[in-house]
Design a protein around this ligand. Structure first.
Ligand code: CAA
Length: 380
C-alpha cells in the first residue's frame, strides 16, 4: 500500500494549483457576485488538458487516471467551487457515460470534442417531480422513423445554457417504469430543444444552473446512448463516479476555507496575542484539518478504485457524504474563526460557506447517499 502520489499526479496538482491561483481566483468573488459564467476559463482548462483528463489520447484526452481528475477538481474548488463543478459535471456526468456506453461513432463525434474543450457537457436527470426518486421521471421519447421525439423538461442542470451537449434521460416505454428509461445525447441546436429558467442560487453562483426543455425535440436514433431501457442503469452508474467528483469539490472548498482561517488566525491579534495562540481557535483548526484529511483519503480511495477497475459505488457515496458534511462544518467554523469579518464579503469564507451547502444536496442528497451505502451494506 502506498499513500504517495506519483510524480505525474504531483505535477498535475502543481499545474492546476498555479492555474487556479493565477487565473481563477482573481475573478472568483466578482463572478460570484455577478452570477457570471466565464467560458474563457473553461477554454484555458482545455489548453491544459483538464477537460479530457481520464480519456485516452485517441479520444482527445491526456490518458491520466481518476486520481488526477479528483485532484484537478479539488484544486479548482479550493479557490472557486463553481469552476470545480463546471469541470466535474463536464467530465463525470457528460463525458463519462459516452466513454463508457457510447459507440465508436459517438466517441469520435462527442467525446473527442468534449475532451478537447470544443464543447461543454451537461447531464439532465432531475425533473420538477422527480429529484431523489429519479425513476419517477415523466419525460418521454417516442420513436418516429429514424428519430426519437423527446417531450418534457429537466431542472437544476449544471452547465445549463453554457453546455453544447446534454445527456438526457427519457422514457421510451413508460409502462416499464425505470426499466423503460433510455439515455440520449442531445445537442443544444437540435430542433425543439431550449433553455428554460436560470436559477438564482445561494452558492456556486458562477456555475449556471438552468432548466432544459424538450418540445417535440428530434434526436437522431444514432444518439441513443446504450440500448433502449438501459438508461436508468446508465444514470446510476454515471452518478457513482460523479459523486466522487463532488466529494473532491467539497474537499477543495474545505481546504480553501481552512487555508484562509489559518492565515487569518495567525495575523489577528486580540488580548495582546494572535488568536491562533489560543486553544479555542487552534483546536478548531486542528479538527478542521483532520476532517479534511479523512475526506480527502476517502475521495482518493474511491478514485483509485475506479482507476483500478474495482467497484467504487459505495466508496463514492461514502466520500461524497463525508466530504460534503465536512465542507459544511469546516466552512462554518472558518467563518467563526474570522468572527464579524467572516460574515462580510471582504473575505472569501462566507462564499466558501455558501458554496459548501450544495455538496450536501446535488448528485444525490446526503440522505440518498445513506440509502445507497446501506443498500450496498445490506445486500452484500
Ligand atoms: N449501478 C447500477 N445499477 C444500479 C445502481 C448503480 N449504482 N443503482 C441502482 N441500480 C439498478 C438496480 O440494480 C435496479 O436494477 P433492476 O431493476 O435490474 O433490479 C434498478 O437500478 C433500480 O434500483 P432501485 O430499486 O434501488 O432504484 P430506486 O428507484 O429505489 O432508486 C436511488 C435508487 C439510489 C434512490 C436513486 O433513485 C438515486 O440515486 N436517487 C438520487 C438521484 C440523484 O442523485 N440525482 C442527482 C441528479 S444530478 C445533479 O445533481 C445535478 C448536477 O448536474 C450536478
Amino acid at each position: 500500500m502506498n499513500f504517495l502520489l506519483s510524480d505525474e499526479q504531483e505535477m498535475l496538482r502543481k499545474m492546476v494549483r498555479d492555474f487556479a491561483n493565477n487565473e481563477v481566483a482573481p475573478t472568483a468573488k466578482e463572478r460570484d457576485e455577478q452570477e457570471r459564467f466565464d467560458r474563457s476559463l473553461f477554454e484555458q482548462m482545455a489548453e491544459l488538458g483538464l477537460t479530457g483528463i481520464p480519456w485516452p489520447e485517441k479520444y482527445g484526452g491526456i490518458g491520466a487516471d481518476y486520481i488526477s481528475y479528483v485532484i484537478a477538481v479539488e484544486e479548482l474548488s479550493r479557490v472557486c467551487a463553481s469552476t470545480g463543478v463546471t469541470l466535474s459535471a463536464h467530465l463525470s456526468l457528460a463525458s463519462w457515460p459516452i466513454y463508457t456506453f457510447g459507440t465508436e461513432q459517438q466517441k469520435q463525434t462527442y467525446l473527442k470534442a468534449l475532451a478537447e474543450g470544443e464543447k461543454i457537457g451537461a447531464y439532465g436527470l432531475t425533473e420538477p417531480g422527480s429529484g431523489s426518486d429519479a425513476a419517477a421521471m415523466k419525460t418521454t421519447a417516442k420513436k418516429d422513423g429514424s428519430t426519437y421525439v423527446l417531450n418534457g423538461s429537466k431542472i437544476f442542470i449544471t452547465n445549463g445554457g453554457a453546455a453544447d451537449v446534454y445527456i438526457v434521460f427519457a422514457l421510451t416505454s413508460p409502462e416499464k417504469k425505470h426499466k423503460g428509461v433510455s439515455a440520449f445525447i442531445v445537442e443544444k441546436d437540435f430542433p425543439g430543444f431550449s433553455i428554460g429558467k436560470k436559477e438564482e442560487k445561494l452558492g456556486i453562483r458562477s456555475s449556471p444552473t438552468t432548466e432544459i426543455i424538450m418540445e417535440n425535440c428530434r434526436v437522431p436514433e444514432g444518439n441513443l446512448l446504450g440500448e433502449e431501457g438501459e438508461g436508468f442503469k446508465i444514470a446510476m452508474k454515471t452518478l457513482d463516479g460523479g459523486r466522487n467528483g463532488i466529494a473532491a469539490q467539497a474537499v477543495g472548498i474545505a481546504q480553501g476555507a481552512l487555508d484562509a482561517a489559518t492565515e487569518y488566525a495567525k495575523e489577528r491579534k486580540q488580548f495582546g496575542r494572535s488568536i491562533a495562540s489560543m486553544q479555542g481557535i487552534s483546536f478548531k483548526l486542528a479538527d478542521m484539518a483532520t476532517k479534511i484529511e479523512a475526506a480527502r483519503l476517502l475521495t482518493y480511495q474511491a478514485a483509485f478504485r475506479e482507476s483500478e477497475s474495482l467497484s467504487y459505488g459505495k466508496e463514492s457515496a461514502m466520500s461524497k457524504l463525508f466530504a460534503g458534511d465536512t465542507a459544511m462544518e469546516v466552512t462554518t467554523e472558518a467563518v467563526q474563526v474570522f468572527g464579524g469579518y467572516g460574515y462580510t464579503k471582504e473575505y472569501p469564507v462566507e462564499r466558501f460557506m455558501r458554496d459548501a451547502k450544495i455538496t450536501q444536496i446535488y448528485e444525490g442528497t446526503n440522505e440518498i447517499q445513506r440509502v445507497v451505502i446501506s443498500n450496498m451494506l445490506l445486500n452484500d
